[in-house]
Design a protein around this ligand. Structure first.
Ligand code: LMR
Length: 334
């Protein structure tokens, strides 16, 4: 991030908090997706409820679509206090040094949202959030998005169709290994750069929940989308710990309520948004949507589940086993 940009942002942040008693407390909430995505809508919902519950004492400024910071920058900005709140995808915590979060990237570890919620709304999810504290970050909640599918400019029916293809991924070592397991070439890239990279052929394809594919118009530059639903993409809502702990207790309580309500809202709309966007992709006529047969799905599973074992030494077998226990996943049952 440019130093000058950061300084300006930090200065603004310092002024916004506590300098003038009658001024509202400003929470800058930066994210990288469009407004009409599960995360975008939930962030706006939180801003509205925070305003209502604190009676205008807190103003949440939401910056969507990487307008303030891109993926990597936003994590730095949060730690430095230049923004106060983010909701990065769980795949983006590895570079921060909290590798356990990459457990969420393991292919096929969740069959559906119910299995996911056993983790994100249970003790394992809380234990993971606690690991952010030494980084100066407080994890408040998990917000759903959805299950990722592969897209390309050629049909995808078998794992071999991805062989040799350059595929954009988020900054997760598990996702790198996932692409390698398919014989593809993983390319880590900021979300804001993906559309152009697909358009210009810098990468051949990518993986996304449909809400992200559609709202970034990636379907306009990808002729084929196969509903592999091979992995999960969702978020942890995080705040700068020092900022959060420094808030007056009554205000923090009201914001916690706003966050609880926004989490219920986020997790209610996530599937609806993805279903709606899938319909829109189909209607656009720009991308052919293919649903794999049971056998084709099994072939992808067989190719990708070995990634669990391979990544055990990085993520930790304890956390993997605790997820298996919650979800009932059995890697030997294929
Ligand atoms: C991605 O980089 O593909 C996603 O993490 C973007 C997002 O925040 O959903």
């Amino acid at each position: 991030m440019k130093f000058s940009k950061l300084l300006v942002a930090m200065f603004a942040g310092a002024i916004s908090f506590g300098a003038f008693a009658d001024q509202p407390i400003v929470i800058k909430f930066s994210h990288v997706v469009a407004q009409d995505t599960p995360k975008g809508l939930a962030a706006n919902h939180f801003a509205k409820r925070a305003d209502e519950l604190t009676k205008g004492k807190v103003k949440v400024e939401v910056y969507a679509n990487s307008t303030l910071y891109k993926d990597k920058e936003e994590m730095e900005a949060l730690q430095l206090g230049a923004v106060q709140m983010l909701a990065p995808s769980l795949a983006k915590f590895g570079p921060l040094g909290v590798k356990e979060f990459e457990v969420f990237d393991l292919p096929y570890i969740f069959d559906d949202y119910n299995e996911l919620h056993k983790v994100t709304q249970g003790p394992v999810g809380q234990q993971l959030l606690a690991k952010l504290e030494p980084k100066g970050i407080r994890g408040l909640s998990y917000w759903d998005n959805g299950f990722k599918s592969f897209s390309l400019n050629a049909p995808i029916k078998t794992p071999a169709d991805l062989k040799g293809k350059k595929l954009r991924i988020q900054s997760s070592k598990v996702l790198e290994e996932e692409i390698r397991a398919l014989g593809g070439l993983p390319q880590v890239m900021a979300f804001s750069e993906v559309y152009q990279a697909l358009q210009t052929g810098v990468v051949d394809g990518t993986e996304n929940p449909i809400s992200n594919l559609y709202t970034q118009k990636m379907h306009e530059v990808q002729k084929h989308l196969t509903m592999t639903e091979h992995g999960y993409l969702g978020y942890a809502v995080i705040v700068n710990k020092k900022f959060w702990d420094g808030l007056p207790a009554d205000i923090r309580g009201q914001l916690e309520t706003a966050m609880k309500e926004s989490t219920v809202y986020a997790n209610k709309i996530a599937k609806e948004q993805n279903d709606k966007d899938l319909d829109a992709v189909k209607k656009s006529g720009k991308t052919e949507v293919y649903v794999p047969t049971k056998e084709e799905r099994l072939a992808f599973k067989k190719a990708l589940v070995p990634v669990h074992k391979k990544m055990e030494s990085r993520i930790g077998s304890e956390i993997i086993q605790s997820l298996y226990k919650e979800t009932g996943f059995n890697p030997g049952a294929l």
